[in-house]
Ligand binder design. Structure first.
Ligand code: ZN
Ligand code: ZN
Length: 347
């Protein structure tokens, strides 16, 4: 079978490897239907963070359950499932508290290789999310929306949840990548009255508005701060969704909060230092981290997609076959695609 493999920064390939096999009774083998490239993959693709050469790539997919270990009873052979990157067990203290992204029973090394034809999925019993029916029952657009529930939509929603967005709130979303755009959807789901999207790119601004943004701020840094304060009559935002992860972005987030606001942070931090004293002087809360993918999917997001309440699949602006994996990464690296879809097994 084929799987996307990291060669060196800027270079991906597809390698032929043996079919994965069950190793534990908590494993499942998944036949991948669709997968995608994540904004977080760009960190190592660009050589900014380290990744082992020759390692398999990808951590977001939808697929069909091909085989299950003896302890996997929540899903069965032939089930169509969301394949989250989080692998929550469903019963540890973290999972029970709704933080399955921090599951304490998670196995090391299980979170890769989704950009391939088949995957050995660890801790499979509770983490996989069953989708009614089969892929052929859904439109192309709906399949894409279901795929976002493996990471990006749940991560955007996590930003809004941890920022404690409430009905009528004025929310600022920082970052116009696929996560930020899904943050707009998340804020809207939680009832935000006004959603200010910070974005400099026309195509992403349009998507943000389609998803529920009421205002667009193209400026960054101090100019961006001034613009948001102007739009909010000097008050600042009730909640800020930080979906970038840079030092400047967190700094801007703090400056645009009204006193007592909360920043929900899902941009993966890279060498960013935070001035926690600035939080103190305005009673600002800073939360966020790895999304609770399975929890949100089962509680809210799967139904929202199935009922056509949200259409996060629109973040996939380019599609590729697995053999074109290099182009799929390059399209995101060069910002030609908001998010790259990879079609794998569709028969
Ligand atoms: Zn991801
Ligand atoms: Zn757990």
């Amino acid at each position: 079978m084929k799987v996307a493999t990291f060669i060196e920064p800027g270079k991906m390939t597809v390698t032929e490897v043996p079919m994965p096999e069950l190793q534990k009774d908590t494993d499942a083998i998944i036949k991948i239907v669709r997968a995608c490239v994540c904004g977080s993959d760009l960190w190592w693709f660009r050589g900014i963070s380290q990744r082992e050469k020759g390692s398999f790539a990808g951590h977001e997919a939808i697929g069909i359950v091909q085989e299950v270990g003896a302890a996997v009873t929540d899903v069965k052979l032939g089930d169509f499932v969301i394949v989250p990157f989080t692998h929550g067990c469903g019963h540890c203290a973290a999972c029970r508290a709704g933080f399955d992204g921090n599951c304490t029973n998670r196995e090391a090394g299980g979170n890769a290789g989704y950009q391939g034809q088949y995957l050995r999925y660890t801790n499979a019993n509770w983490a996989l999310v069953k989708i009614p029916g089969q892929p052929s029952d859904y439109s192309d657009e709906k399949l894409n929306s279901l795929l976002t529930l493996a990471d990006v939509m749940a991560t955007g929603y996590h930003a809004a949840k941890t920022a404690e967005v409430k009905a009528g709130d004025t929310v600022v979303v920082m970052g116009d990548g696929a996560v930020g755009l899904c943050g707009v959807i998340g804020a809207k789901l939680l009832g935000a009255g006004r959603i200010i999207a910070m974005s400099r790119h026309a195509d992403r601004q349009a998507l943000a508005e389609e998803f529920g943004a009421t205002d667009i701020v193209a400026e960054r840094g101090d100019e961006g701060v001034a613009r948001v304060l102007d739009l909010t009559k000097g008050n600042g935002a009730d909640a800020v969704l930080e979906c970038v992860g840079t030092e400047q972005s967190v700094d801007t987030a703090i400056k645009i909060c009204r006193p007592g606001a909360i920043i929900g942070r899902v941009g993966v931090p890279h060498n960013s230092e935070i001035d926690t004293n600035a939080l103190f002087w305005k009673n600002i809360g800073l939360r966020g981290g790895i999304a609770s993918v399975t929890t949100y999917d089962k509680e809210v997001l799967l139904d929202a997609v199935l009922n056509d309440d949200i259409h996060p699949g629109r973040v996939f602006t380019k599609r590729f076959q697995l053999d074109d994996i290099q182009s799929a990464y390059e399209a995101m690296d060069k910002r030609e695609a908001v998010k790259s879809l990879i079609i794998i097994n569709e028969d």
